[in-house]
Design a protein around this ligand. Structure first.
Ligand SMILES: *[C@@H]1O[C@H](CO)[C@@H](O)[C@H](O)[C@H]1NC(C)=O
Ligand SMILES: *[C@@H]1O[C@H](CO)[C@@H](O)[C@H](O)[C@H]1NC(C)=O
Length: 420
């Protein structure tokens, strides 16, 4: 009996926020440039958002007290790319589990959507650095079908590197070096060792470096208590600013405050701060609709006002074994004996052995859509009770959005900012 040859999938995500010296306060507000109604990337945006939240809730239910941080876009793009080589049910199962309804959107529209999305994100911007991409590392004796090579290059810009898989350490080193370079040195130890039966490694990465439109000033940092839960208090470096206007609200319907913080360029963050003791209650209603609703409302001038803002300086990361998580979201065949990846190669049967996703978030002084489908009116929303003050000294949610592609780049929950 011939053993199936193994494919290893590695995804990395990284969100780095770094200094640009003392930023200039800039009170002007910028409209989203917007992409046209027919923009192909908007075809995939709702499904990607839907997948992001399903992934989030699964992970949150498995470890409710942990920090969560991942890049749903990186996961969706990598698996959509892999579906190019999957045949029979394996392929449709991947796309359906990623949130696509194949009676409504064709496979080619999905891949064109990702193509547009990835190329939009990669447009060089001197204020915002986003790098997304993927690479295939192939053992020399593996021949990929020309169609798969053409499509992964054309739609997903994937690079191909032949490697000598007998040299387990050398190959791991090569992969790590590639990832390290693409993530500007932030992730340098993605794989520790490769298993002997691996014949192909797919790496997908995203690197995002944003600068706050309204940065904090370094001199105002101090240490403050952060209330992880009723029993746990940690000390965190807290940043402070009180001179800037921001969009923020207190939701009367959901017990939380929501702050929109813009980056320079086409990205923004929503920080959702549950009222004391209300994390679970807010988490329950964290849906695509709710995020769209906050995002839409937080463009209205009535929610734009001066704010005293306390925000921790921190760094968290998330690591996920996707071969454990994705079958629970419907991608089953791919990780089982019935995987059909005959669109990648006809040399033996390929299987995915492991799939690993890692993401890092760093926030400091300088830095780090939404569908217009909301129907809820602003009647439920008000400015925070203590009108001009928001203190992020307890667990909160993070949503990082690319505004022109209406995509969630990163999603997470900061429970304990002292836990990497
Ligand atoms: C897919 O779309 C079709 C047509 O709009 C609809 O009838 C069907 O219920 C949808 N399937 C799923 C699983 O949502
Ligand atoms: C090659 O990829 C492009 C997408 O970049 C696609 O439009 C074209 O049909 C592909 N050609 C073949 C022969 O598969």
């Amino acid at each position: 009996m011939r053993l199936a040859d193994h494919l290893l999938l590695l995804l990395v995500g990284l969100l780095a926020f770094s200094h640009d010296g003392q930023g200039h306060a800039d009170e002007h507000q910028q409209e989203d440039p917007g992409t046209g109604e027919s923009s192909p990337s908007l075809e995939v945006a709702p499904s990607n958002t839907d997948f992001a939240l399903r992934f989030y809730h699964l992970v949150a239910s498995q470890s409710p007290k942990s920090n969560i941080f991942f890049s749903p876009l990186s996961i969706s793009a990598a698996y959509a790319m892999l579906s190019l080589g999957a045949r029979s049910d394996t392929g449709t199962q991947i796309l359906e589990s990623l949130g696509f309804n194949l009676t409504e959107v064709s496979e080619s529209a999905i891949h064109q959507g990702f193509q547009h999305l990835l190329s939009t994100l990669s447009i060089p911007d001197d204020k915002l650095e986003t790098r997304v991409g993927s690479a295939l590392f192939l053992c020399q004796n593996l021949h990929l079908l020309p169609r798969f090579l053409n499509d992964t290059l054309g739609f997903y810009g994937s690079k191909v590197f032949p490697v000598d898989c007998l040299d387990l350490e050398g190959t791991a080193q090569l992969i790590n070096n590639h990832v390290k370079e693409e993530t500007r040195g932030k992730i340098d130890d993605l794989v520790s060792r490769l298993s002997r039966d691996v014949v192909m490694v797919l790496v997908n990465y995203i690197y995002f470096k944003g600068l706050w439109e309204k940065p904090f000033s370094r001199s105002k940092d101090y240490t403050e208590d952060f209330y992880v839960d009723e029993k746990t208090v940690v000390k965190v470096p807290m940043m402070y600013q009180d001179k800037h206007h921001h969009w923020y609200l207190h939701d009367r319907f959901v017990p939380c405050s929501v702050l929109r913080m813009d980056y320079k360029g086409n990205a923004r963050a929503l920080f959702i701060l549950p009222d004391k003791g209300k994390v679970e209650q807010v988490e329950e209603v964290l849906t695509p609709e709710m995020i769209a609703r906050w995002n839409n409302v937080l463009q209205k001038s009535s929610f734009y006002r001066k704010l005293k803002l306390y925000f921790p300086k921190f760094s968290i990361s998330g690591s996920y074994d996707l071969e454990e998580i994705l079958p629970k979201l419907g991608i089953r065949d791919l990780f089982s004996g019935s995987a059909d990846l005959s669109g990648i190669t006809t040399q033996g049967s390929l299987r995915v052995s492991n799939s690993f996703h890692k993401a890092i978030l760093e926030v400091d002084e300088a830095g780090t859509q939404a569908a217009a489908s909301t129907t809820l009116t602003t009647a439920f929303l008000s400015v925070p009770r203590d009108r001009y003050l928001l203190r992020f000294n307890r667990p909160f949610f993070v949503v990082i959005l690319s505004t022109d592609t209406q995509s969630i780049l990163f999603l997470g929950k900061v429970v304990n900012p002292k836990k990497l």
